[in-house]
Design a protein around this ligand. Structure first.
Ligand SMILES: [Zn+2]
Length: 320
C-alpha cells in the first residue's frame, strides 16, 4: 500500500460534509400507488406522552401498561406519540385527511405544511379536507392565526355526529374517564374549528369523493370515522386509514380492549376497534393510522391462540 492511499483515506475521514443536514429524518412523507390513486402518509411530527398510565389505558393497571411498553422495547418513562396525516391524490381530487396539531403540542409537531411542501403540495392544491374527529392533534392545523382555513380552496368535511356533539351547548362525557378540568379546552378547540372551517356534514357511511369513503367508527369520539381509500383493482389497492383506532402500537394491537383516557365512550371505542381490526384482517387490506409509527403502513392479523387474544401489526415492506 502506497503513502498516497493512506493520505487519501485520512482526508476522507477528516473532511466534514458541506451538504446541508436536514433537522428531521427523511422528508416526512411516504408515498405509494393504489391503482389510480397516489396516497402519501405525511408526518406532522410527534409529541411526548408521559406518564403513559392512566392516559393510554385507563382500564388497565400501571404495571400492565408499563409491561406492554417494555415488551415492545419502549422506555415507559419516554413514551412518544407520532402524528400522521394522509394525502390522497386521484385524477380528480387532492384530499387531505386530518391536519395535525398546528404546533399546539410543542416544537416537535406542526410539521404538516413543511412536509406537504417536501412532497410538492401547496395548501392551495388541496381540494378537500376530511377531519376524522375534532381532537386537537387532528384539527388544530386546519386554521391559520386569523381563524381562516389554511387550505383555502378546499371543501372541509366532518361527520355530522362529530359536528353535532361538539357544536351543542351541552356535552355528554358521562362515560368518559377524561379529567373534568381538561374538558373546557377540548370543547373550545372544537368549537373554534367548527366556526372557522365551514364544514360540510357527512351522514352515515358515504363515498365523499370517488374512491374515498367515510366509515363511522364511533366511541373514541361521538363521530370518529375511518376512511377507506380504494384506487380500484381489488384489495391490494385498498387502504384503510383508521385514525385514532390505535393511539400506541404497543398498547392497542396486543390489547384491543384497553381504552385511552380520551375515549368519550370506551366500550363503544373498543367495539369499533375490534370491528375495524377484524374487517382489515379478513379483507387483507393495508392499514394506516394517525399514531402508528411512520411510515404507518401495514397489515393486521389476529394473534395465534398460544400468543394472546390481540392482534399483531405487520409493517409493510418499504417501497422505494
Ligand atoms: Zn389522535
Amino acid at each position: 500500500m502506497g503513502t498516497a492511499n493512506v493520505v487519501l483515506a485520512r482526508s476522507r475521514v477528516a473532511q466534514p460534509s458541506t451538504a446541508p443536514r436536514r433537522a428531521t429524518q427523511g422528508a416526512g412523507f411516504y408515498e405509494l400507488t393504489l391503482g389510480d390513486a397516489r396516497v402519501a402518509v405525511v408526518s406532522d411530527g410527534w409529541f411526548p406522552f408521559n406518564p403513559p398510565h392512566p392516559t393510554l389505558a385507563a382500564n388497565a393497571t400501571r404495571d400492565e401498561v408499563e409491561g406492554a411498553l417494555d415488551a415492545a422495547f419502549i422506555d415507559p418513562a419516554d413514551v412518544r406519540v407520532q402524528v400522521n396525516c394522509l394525502l390522497v391524490r386521484t385524477p380528480r381530487d387532492t384530499v387531505l385527511i386530518d391536519t395535525g396539531t398546528g404546533g399546539a403540542f410543542g416544537a416537535t409537531n406542526g410539521k404538516l405544511a413543511e412536509n406537504l411542501a417536501n412532497l410538492g403540495v401547496r395548501p392551495a392544491d388541496v381540494t378537500a379536507v376530511i377531519i376524522t374527529h375534532l381532537h386537537g392533534d387532528h384539527m388544530l392545523g386546519l386554521l391559520n392565526g386569523e381563524g381562516k382555513p389554511n387550505f383555502a380552496n378546499a371543501e372541509h368535511l366532518v361527520h355530522k355526529d362529530e359536528h353535532d356533539f361538539w357544536a351543542a351547548d351541552t356535552h355528554d362525557f358521562s362515560h368518559s374517564r377524561l379529567p373534568m378540568d381538561m374538558l373546557p379546552g377540548f370543547i373550545a378547540g372544537a368549537k373554534k374549528v367548527i366556526a372557522g372551517a365551514g364544514f360540510t356534514l357527512v351522514e352515515g357511511e358515504k363515498e365523499v369523493r370517488p374512491g374515498v369513503t367515510v366509515i363511522p367508527s364511533p366511541g373514541h369520539t361521538a363521530g370518529h370515522v375511518a376512511i377507506q381509500i380504494d384506487g380500484g383493482g381489488g384489495a391490494k389497492n385498498v387502504l384503510l386509514y383508521m385514525s385514532d383506532t390505535v393511539h400506541h402500537p404497543a398498547i392497542q394491537f396486543p390489547h384491543p380492549d384497553w381504552a385511552v383516557m380520551f375515549d368519550a365512550n370506551p366500550d363503544l371505542a373498543v367495539a369499533s376497534r375490534r370491528k375495524l381490526f377484524d374487517r382489515a384482517a379478513a379483507d387483507r387490506v393495508r392499514l394506516s393510522g394517525a399514531h402508528i409509527p411512520f411510515p404507518s403502513i401495514g397489515h393486521i392479523r389476529k394473534q395465534a391462540a398460544a400468543v394472546g387474544k390481540g392482534y399483531d401489526w405487520v409493517p409493510a415492506m418499504w417501497e422505494w
